[in-house]
Write a new protein. Structure first.
Length: 253
């Protein structure tokens, strides 16, 4: 559980579950899916990343890295999507999304979190998003003033102004993704879901990664088990409403 003490105190008065989230954000997708799977009511605060709605004093006062998602649960601010989905399942009634082998399931959540900045983010930005989400000089100035996190400063400097991600950044990202998707492919052999017969937070954590990486043109031809697993989500309401409704086709973003 990663709890933040917000400087934007307005959220501390919120009642119930409130989610700050982005339509095209894979991290937000896993939280929306979990809320739907658990049957929870929540208030939506959509943040349009393309319009830089995250780069404001108000939002940095809630999430100090300016990232989505942020969950506010009765005034308490939670960040980090994989921690949020674990928290929601732990805290709220409704169908359990936990595997018998909780430690192994949590390893999948930790792996998804660990590859976000080194692999997922650079792959998505370098292949698709960077040009579409280019900051104006004024937005860049605002971002540089608000952002205190060195890893994110360094990441976003790679597509600021005339800067571009290097071939080596992209190759590094592809190598990490290749290793992780190979692990997922092997795990899914003879299984419906990552942890076996039971649909769990591990599936919810990884399907958004597949969705966006596939939408950026990554080839899954060598991963038939992953393709079969991903196709099964089309029958899940949480996927249709938590992912497809907000982002019908990532390849068109
Ligand atoms: N580790 C964070 C990562 C959150 C993150 O990077 N969110 C992206 C969208 S998926 C975002 O807000 N990007 C805007 C930015 O980097 O400024 C989590 O899992 O919640």
């Amino acid at each position: 559980m990663v709890v933040i003490s917000p400087t934007n105190k307005s959220v501390e008065a919120f009642e119930g579950l409130h989610l700050y989230h982005g339509a095209i954000s894979n991290c937000s997708m896993r939280v929306r899916m979990t809320l739907i799977e658990k049957g929870l009511d929540w208030t939506s605060h959509h943040i349009d990343l393309k319009k830089k709605e995250n780069i404001t004093d108000e939002y940095f006062g809630i999430n100090p890295k300016g990232l989505v998602p942020t969950l506010v649960d009765n005034g308490v601010v939670h960040v980090e999507s994989n921690d949020i989905i674990d928290y929601l399942d732990e805290t709220y009634p409704g169908p359990s999304l936990r595997a018998e082998n909780n430690a192994e399931m949590m390893e999948w959540l930790h792996l998804a979190a660990a590859i976000h900045v080194p692999a997922c983010k650079p792959y998505v930005y370098a292949t698709k998003i960077a040009k579409k989400i280019q900051k104006t000089a004024q937005e860049q100035e605002k971002y540089d003033a608000l952002q205190k996190n060195d890893e994110l400063k360094s990441f976003h400097s790679k597509h600021a102004g005339s800067a571009r991600f290097s071939t080596s950044d992209l190759e590094k990202a592809k190598a990490i993704l290749g290793a992780c998707f190979t692990k997922l492919e092997v795990t899914l052999e003879g299984r419906d879901w990552i942890m076996g017969d039971r649909f769990t937070l591990a599936d919810i954590s990884w399907i958004p990664l597949f969705f966006v990486i596939d939408g950026c043109g990554y080839s899954f031809e060598a991963f038939p088990n992953i393709k079969r697993w991903a196709a099964a989500f089309k029958n899940k309401e949480s996927y249709r409403t938590g992912v497809l409704k907000w982002c019908p086709d990532f390849s068109k973003v």
